[in-house]
Every structure is written in C-alpha cells, then in structure tokens.
Design a protein around this ligand. Sequence first.
Ligand code: ADP
Ligand code: MG
Length: 722
Amino acid sequence: MKKSRPVIAAERTYEVEKEKDQPISTYFGENTFGIKKMKQLLPKDVYKKLVDIKEKDKKLDIETANSVAHAMKEWAIDNGATHFAHWFQPMTGATAEKHDAFIEFSEEGEVIERFSGKQLVQGEPDASSFPSGGIRATFEARGYTAWDMSSPAFLRKNGLGTTLCIPTVFISYTGEALDKKTPLLRSINAINKSALRMLRLLGNRKSKKIVATLGPEQEYFLIDKDYFFKRQDLVLAGRTLIGAAPAKGQELEDQYFGSIKERVQSFMHDVEEELYKYGIPAKTRHNEVAPSQFEIAPIFEEANIAVDHNQLVMDTMQKVAKNHSLACLLHEKPFAKINGSGKHLNWSLCDNDGNNMLEPGKTPHDNIQFLMFLIATIKSVYRHADLLRASVASSGNDHRLGANEAPPAIISVFLGEQLTKILEDIETEKVTSAADNALIDLGLSSLPLLSKDNTDRNRTSPFAFTGNKFEFRAVGSSQSISFAAAVLNTIVAESLDELSGKLEAKSGGDLKKVVIEIIKEELKEIKPVLFSGDNYAEEWHKEAEKRNLPNLKTTPEALKCLSTDKAADLFEKYNVYSKVELKSRYHILLEKYAKDIDIEGKALYDILMTQIVPAGIKYQKTLANSISAAASLTGESALNGQKSILTEVSGLVESIITGARALNRSCADCKIIEDGQKMAEAFYKDVKLKIDAVREDVDKLEAIVDDEEWPLPKFWEMLFIS
Ligand code: ADP
Ligand code: MG
C-alpha cells in the first residue's frame, strides 16, 4: 500500500491562527428554541399558556401553536434558516428529516415566508420507505410526525444551508408508534406514575413529578479519512472485516487517559463548540483504552432530551470529522482483537426538585426510600435480564457481548462491597427489623459515604451501581439509547408497582420495619442476579448457568424474548408498546441483523475476489518466477525458504477462493428463508461464522505478502493517527 498511502497526518499542521474561545456559557444553547428563548420571544400570555400546557400535559390549541410557530420562524430566519424540518427517529436507528422551505405564495402572488401552527404541530412524511415491521402492511402507508414539545427545536447548520429542526414523534395513521421516541415518552410516563405511587406510600408528599435521567458515555474511533475510503468494509459495513492485528495494540496501556493528540483535540474542540450551541452539555473528553479510541460524555439530562442529544452527538461527530479529514467510527467493533466501543448508559430517577431517588440519604428515612428504589431496580433486572439484553442486541454489539469483552451477555448487577454487606445483613437478620434504630445500626445513616471509588471498581459488570445511579454498560456505541431506556423505565415501573402493592398490603405497621421485611423477602428471590466477581471469568459463565441467568450470545437468540407473552403483557400493561408495536420491533430488529450480516458477507466476497486474491496471485507469480530463475544458478535446495513461502501463499489463496465462494452462496441461500427468526439464525451460522473463518486465512496472507502489493490500509497504519 506504500505507493498510495495518504499524506501522513503528522505532516499536517493544526496550529491555526484563531481568535480565543468565548466562554461556553456565552453561547450555550444559542441554536435552540428552548424555554429561555420562548420566554424572551413569545407574547407573555402565550408563553404562560404554553408552560401550562406542557406542565399539565394538555392539548395544544391552534392559536397558541400559530403564535409559537410565528416566533420560531422569525427567530430561525433571523439566524439564517430558509427551511424547516420535522426531525424524528424512525426504526432505522438514525434520525430522519424532510425539509420544506418557509415560502408560500401570498394572495397577491408574491413569495413570502410563512410557517403556521399546523405545520409546526403536524407533518405527513411518506412512511412507506421506513421500516415498520408489518404495521404498514396491516394498516396503511401514511405516517404522521407530531411535535414533541418536551424537546426544544434547534437550528441545524449543514454545509451552506440552515434548517429549523423540530423534534417530533412518528406514528402511523392508526396511532401505532413507527419510531423510537414514542415508546420512550410512554415509558417516561409509566415510571413517573409508578415512582410517585411508591413515594406517596413512603410518606413523600412533596415530589410532583419523577423523571428518568440519562448520561450516555459515548465511545468512538477516529481514523484518517483517506484510509477509510480505501476500505470497502469500513465504508459499507462500518467495520474492518479482515486485517491482521498490529504488533502493538493496547497492551502497554498507554492510551487510556493519555494526553490527547493535537489533531484529535482540534476535532474534539470543533465538535464541542457545535454541541454547546445545541445546548448539549458535553462535559468530559478523554482517550479510551484502544489506540485511536476516544470518549465524550455529557452531563446527564432528562431521558427524552438525553436521547435526542445523543443522536445529535453522533451526528455532529461524523460531520465534524469530515472537516478534519477524519472518519469517526461508531461501530461497536471496528477492529477485531482491539477493544470495542460501547455507550455506558447512566440511569437514575429524579424528582422535580432535583432529588435523586438512587442517592443514599442522610437520614434513615431517606435511606428507606433509597433502598426501595435500589431493590426495585435489582428486581427488574433479575426478572427481565432478557429484555435488557434484547434492548442492546445488534450484529455490531454481538462482537462485544458475545465475546470475551466488556461486558458479557449475561446481565448481572454489581453493587459494591458496602451495599452488598448491608443487604446481606438485612437478609440474614444480623440486625433485626424490630430494633427501633435498625437502619442506623445497619450503617445506613452513613450511606452518603458510598464513594465512587468504592462502587465503581468492577469495570466488568454490565449493570453496576456507581454511587447514585446505575450504569448499564451493555449498550453499543452506535445504538440509539432510546430502546434500552424505554425497557429500563418499564421494567422498573413494574417492580416499583409490585413493591408498592406489598407495602399497601402490609400498611398500618411501622414503615421501617415493613420495608426491611419486604427487602428481606425480595432478596431471597432476586439474589442470583447479584454478582461482584470478574464477569469475564469462565467460572462465572458456569455459575450463571447454575443460577439460571440467561446468556444470550447472538442477536437472533437475544431477540426471541420480544416475541413472548411475558414481554407483550408487560409492555402493554404499561402502555409502552402495544402487541402489534412490539411484534414489529421484533421483526425489524431481526431483519436489520440479517441485512447487516448480508452486507458484510457480500462486501467481503467482493474484497476477497477483487483485491485480496489478485494480490496473492501477483505475489505468487513473483515468487514462482524468481524461484525458477534462481534455481538454475543456485540449485533447488538453496531456495527452500522461498519455496515454502510460495507453497504457503498458494495454499492460502486457494483456501480464500473456496471460502469466498462458499460465503457468497450462503448469503444467497439465507436470503430466501422466509421466517425472520430462522433467517437471522441462518445468517449467523452460515454467513457470520464463514466470515470469521475465511478471515483467518486472509490475515495470515497479509503477514507474508509483499507490503507494496497489499491493497488495503493495515491496522497499524489506521490506528496510530497523529
Ligand atoms: P464515570 O462513570 O466514568 O466514573 P461519572 O461519574 O462522571 O463518570 O458519570 C458518567 C456519566 O454519568 C455522566 O454522563 C454523568 O452526567 C452521568 N450521571 C451522573 N449522575 C447521574 C444521574 N443521577 N442520572 C443519570 N446519569 C448520571
Ligand atoms: Mg462510567
């Protein structure tokens, strides 16, 4: 590849002359039409009405909508926007937008700018080109977008154009959710209701509203754009399908938190500047474990906003990367044998005054509340580990969850030493619930001392309590966090309700005593899900099997639970997914998996036949010519080393041809399987495993073929950008 190697990045310079940065607070949110701007730009009475509508979940009337639309349009046009778009999150996992200019003809036939309340509130994109998993066939092609007032509109500057983007939900003509947002919003309602019910039983009259909070820690890779476009596998499948591991990977542990390279920091700077304008509180940036791997984490926000913001973060990173001649890789496993990328999803519940339900309290009473929410969460994970696993299932994420890499497919909960001890004491009645100051005896009054150092040490756990929140670490880097969040909200709502039911049944007694009793009872059942050891260890896999914890290594296996009555009943009860909606998710996700693997299979076939095999043959020819020319001068035996290389090259090339053909046939065979579940399973068994098998030969060939002739950028080149 030497001849066509891109300009080595180090030769570029990033010491550009620029004005000094403005303080973030001076421009934070300047591209959003949020509460602050509404207060500033809307007539007083309209603003008041809007706040009332939002708070009380009332229906938006047309006059208010018209007034908001007018102010929004004026603001957008003032800031250079020419178009507006309903921005939504179809089941593709990406975001979608259809742009319309603000123009209309006036009665005099002149072009004028106009934007009505109706246009703000509702749109009608053609739904027929988005995945609907059967909903469309059952009903009809029309889909509607409807303004989601809980997430602020924003200006999106892209190339030369500026567009006013209005966050919306996307539903079918008959009201079925066609997107990822609608179920999330419903789950937010569900958890609010169930959490308030629990709080009231515990004597809390103050909290008016409970919201789920999310803080997604986004991991990603950066490589030079020139390398990216030389690899069909990266461009089409998002990951390298072949490539020998570099001599140096992450073994020196010199990447994590290392000093950030200049070129990367310039990229991060530009990303963050855009994010701040969107009102996204990007807080932390650092080098990750693998070479060329990084992380960006925001300050946590309400679930709905956090989901939108994470979509914008992923989008912005990919866009800004281009300006820096970089490619931002969001795939969960862009490079085999190198650490993959996840998105640790920090989750908690918070009331309208900012009180965190998972914050260990300062008083025994606060700690009762804390323990109830803690137990409810553990209970929900125990019950529905399969749903959590399904919520993060994708072909890309299987490389992390199915392999021996953080975290495993077995969903268990890590609590940390101190909490584990407290729960053990409750369970074994070391401190009886009868003692009046039982909770103080338990050490609960000192729970605030739970430090992160104490709880965060186990990095191998998929679901860890980290001080005042749970961290769901199985989410994939490229995934929308909405599905995982919706599942989490729903299953915890269910557990809270069950615990509330038990509290109600035992009402009248001493609250502390009753709570301790309930916790004791619960622990008996849910204990198997608690695990504080090494989640990668072989022994844990055996132990988990004994404990009956699911270990679903592949997406087709993991998705099955979405087709069960248990799941359907749960989601229907909490009005998060109707049975039809859930079934459609199941089918869409299976289909997506099959398509992903099919693309990988076809891309690899093409790379093998048109790049790798020709390179091997060329080198074989060079060797053969050279050996036969030299043999007459040196004698055969002097060339044994070279002859062995020739034999190896020929053998590998033959084997690769056989592997490539088999792969191609399997892709075609799998595609005609009608049953979605069976098709996905076949793609795993007959295509995915063949990709892995042929790859071994290719990576061996890469290690012996003349570097000049190797047609693809190698890992060592791509992974050490400077
Ligand atoms: P780490 O997990 O690496 O130790 P932090 O403790 O800073 O890092 O938290 C990581 C993420 O968790 C951040 O995005 C942070 O905002 C988020 N987070 C903190 N508290 C909460 C909470 N109550 N709810 C949801 N996310 C939270
Ligand atoms: Mg973390």
